[in-house]
Ligand binder design. Structure first.
Ligand code: NAD
Ligand code: ZN
Length: 589
């Protein structure tokens, strides 16, 4: 009942356990009226038990006896910082190959500090080679007679997962002497010959056993609360490694070599435009069980397509791949990012469309653009069309671990496509530079990319080689610019077109941007000059024959992209952009 940052320790522990979403139900079992009331009056579930239990497990056994459950996890009431990860780890042993042998499971953490090893408040555990517990003790075990023998000490963490049957088996078994001497509950199971499987968890929680622990816990809590309040400035990951230069593609094999894990293949996702032209694929050195998959960029990536690729990889390979290498335009790069995320996360890619929904780090992934403009190679998002929305998986785990920027790879891009994708970059800059989210970070990247785009598409007569190198960098800078701000009207509307009509991103942006004078007057004029200079055809009248439902869906999809509108038109954007206004804009296109 001690106070921890304004709530009792038991209430915090209860709420943290509920919030893991790992359990069908969570109860506090107690023989104490005050604790019972504390939980119930705060909307939780509590169960009163008899007074005379000798240990927590007996108390839990009494509580679950009438329940229909398979696995019961005992979270100690004094562990408010119990993490989801630790609970997942203790549950995971029941999916292992030796699950049948396990009566109960618990956790242990590596410890190294002799002060901790010799502290009797810290319970140590030793295990056999399969991580079944041999013994628990408050003494240092093993005793380090040979100071040079290398031995890992483990501290026991008070989290248990029982099969209900074994919990009931032990209910009220009399305490024996070892347990009585050490005052460590789980020794009883060993004394009765049961198998305790230990999982290693190195996430550091704070247990509250002493008043000093409570002081420490209050401090930690304060720090984490401050951290979550201070989210005014976003903390962005960047691509940690990048190679630039004509011909740099040949470094791929040596770059990924250090990431190769035994028996785990690299999967290359390559734009199928390179099926015939083997000049590129001949330079990819497949080793061992590496696999190259040609992927069509005819349609932009869908969540269902990501799920299919992931399922096929999981079916073919026992080991999680060493890495995913995406080689192509924005379509293939986004697909590669999404596949690498979904190889490490459960469910469907559609579950993670949105901001910061991905819990686990993606597998190593490398991006190699073969056309420039989208900035996907540097961005924190992967744009996917799902069953109900077109929205990116925007997360800290999305950006590539490695990018290879080789301008030579963009040589074969057809002219129209070069223009459409290049204009994606130009529009990123315009939308970022004219948005309300603009700041110096975005501005410094956006202005540079904007200037390079005008150099390439409007002002200067560059050699093709020069233009390729410059556009590749404009794409990167444009992507960096929107990373710390947002896109705007053209992107919101082009997502609508793409969702309903399948219009591709670059082209869709051009179709829309051509009619956005009221929002971006100078830049739309420049855009029209560029279209004329390169003699590019921009389709017209796309929305003339839409059914009412299609038009409504298009409007729904576009208006659903709230941050884009907020960036473009300010916080009161809803007053400025009505459904009718949007409809009439679409009809102009
Ligand atoms: P794309 O990947 O669809 O490629 C366009 C066409 O060019 C395809 O037909 C492709 O086969 C072909 N192509 C690619 N490289 C070629 C080469 N070297 N030679 C000949 N042909 C080549 O188009 P894109 O414009 O690069 O990407 C659009 C996608 O990017 C969309 O799905 C969009 O949502 C996404 N996007 C993502 C981000 C992001 O931050 N993640 C940003 C903008 C756009
Ligand atoms: Zn774009």
């Amino acid at each position: 009942m001690q106070d921890l940052g304004g709530k009792s320790v038991i209430l915090r522990t209860y709420q943290a356990t509920v919030e893991t979403e790992l359990f069908d139900d969570v109860f506090v079992v107690t023989d104490d009226e005050i604790i019972f009331k504390e939980i119930e009056s705060n909307g939780g579930k509590a169960i009163m038990s008899q007074k005379e239990h000798e240990c927590g497990s007996d108390r839990i056994a009494e509580a679950v006896a009438p329940m229909d459950v398979d696995i019961v996890v005992n979270v100690q009431g004094d562990e408010p910082f119990t993490s989801r990860k630790a609970l997942e780890q203790v549950l995971s042993v029941f999916n292992g190959p030796d699950a049948d042998k396990i009566d109960l499971a618990s956790l242990m953490t590596e410890i190294h500090d002799w002060k901790e090893i010799s502290d009797p408040n810290c319970v140590k555990v030793i295990v056999d080679k399969e991580n079944f517990a041999l013994y628990f003790s408050r003494s240092p075990i093993p005793y380090p007679r040979d100071k040079n023998a290398s031995v890992q000490y483990y501290k026991h963490k008070g989290i248990y997962a029982f099969r209900k049957a074994s919990l009931m088996d032990f209910y009220r078994l009399p305490m024996r002497s070892l347990e009585a001497a050490e005052k460590i509950e789980c020794i009883r199971y060993l004394e009765y010959g049961k198998n305790i499987k230990m999982a290693i968890s190195n996430t550091q929680g704070i247990e509250i056993d002493t008043p000093e622990d409570l002081v420490r816990a209050n401090k930690v809590l304060k720090e984490t609360q401050q951290k979550s309040v201070n989210h005014q400035y976003r903390n962005f990951p960047m691509v940690p490694k990048v190679v630039y230069g004509a011909g740099s593609f040949d470094q791929l094999t040596s770059i990924i070599g250090s990431q190769r894990k035994d028996k785990a293949p690299f999967i290359f996702l390559v734009d199928d435009v390179f099926t015939e032209n083997t000049a590129l694929t001949d330079r990819i050195q497949l080793r061992f069980n590496d696999k190259l998959l040609f992927i069509s960029a005819d349609e932009e990536p869908k969540t269902s397509q990501v799920d299919q690729i992931v399922a096929a990889i999981k079916k073919e390979f026992t080991y999680v791949p060493s890495g995913i290498i995406g080689i192509g335009g924005g379509t293939i790069l986004d697909l590669a990012k999404a596949v690498s995320i979904m190889l490490a996360n459960k469910g469907s890619a559609a579950d993670y469309q949105g901001w910061d929904l991905v819990p686990h780090k993606a597998v190593y992934h490398v991006g190699i653009p073969t056309i420039s403009g989208t900035g996907s190679e540097v961005s924190r998002t992967t744009v996917l069309t799902g069953p109900v929305k077109k929205l990116g998986i925007n997360s800290d785990f999305t950006p590539f671990d490695q990018v290879i920027l080789d301008p030579e790879l963009t040589q074969g891009v057809p002219k129209n496509q070069w223009f459409y994708t290049g204009m994606d970059c130009f529009i990123h800059c315009v939308e970022s530079l004219n948005g309300t989210f603009l700041n110096e970070f975005s501005k410094s990247y956006g202005e540079k990319a904007y200037d390079i785009c005008l150099e390439i598409f409007l002002h200067q007569e560059l050699s093709e080689e020069e233009a390729r190198g410059k556009l590749m960098m404009a794409s990167w800078h444009g992507g960096m610019s929107i990373a710390y701000s947002q896109v705007g009207v053209a992107h919101a509307m082009s997502y609508g077109l793409s969702y309903v009509l399948g219009t591709k991103h670059g082209l869709g942006n051009c179709i829309v941007f051509n009619h956005l004078e009221e929002f971006y007057p100078t830049d739309v004029a420049l855009f029209k000059e560029m279209v004329a200079k390169h003699d590019i055809h921009i389709p017209q009248g796309l929305c003339n024959n839409l059914s009412e439902t299609e038009m409504e869906t298009m409007i729904d999809i576009a208006l659903g992209l709230v941050p884009l509108w907020e960036n473009a038109l300010g916080e009161d954007w809803e007053q400025k952009m009505s459904r009718d206004r949007l409809r009439s804009l679409y009809l102009k296109m």
